[in-house]
Design a protein around this ligand. Structure first.
Ligand code: ZN
Length: 89
């Protein structure tokens, strides 16, 4: 084997390695972007009726009242909401 052939062989190995690596990386990227999409679907933003902050639904404090579900950023807002609605009634 001549040194020139060895060089070509090394280059081929290198190209093959790069190709495999980029393919793996692409697959990994696809997978992670899909996971991102899934978590975005779960992270629906809801509006706090008291301070009008948008909060992810799964982090929000829920209150069921008169068949409606209300979402709050904190227990403080939830308390304020129940106090205000009780005053009105
Ligand atoms: Zn709030």
């Amino acid at each position: 084997m001549t040194p020139f052939r060895l060089l070509i062989l090394a280059a081929l190995f290198y190209i093959g390695y790069r190709l495999l690596r980029s393919l793996l990386l692409e697959q990994f990227k696809k997978k992670s972007s899909q996971e991102k999409k899934d978590s975005q679907v779960q992270d629906v933003l809801v509006e706090d009726p008291v301070c009008h902050t948008l909060i992810p639904k799964k982090q929000a404090i829920r209150l069921r009242k008169d068949g409606h579900t209300y979402y709050f950023c904190s227990e403080k807002c939830c308390d304020l909401f129940t106090e205000n609605s009780e005053e009105k009634e």
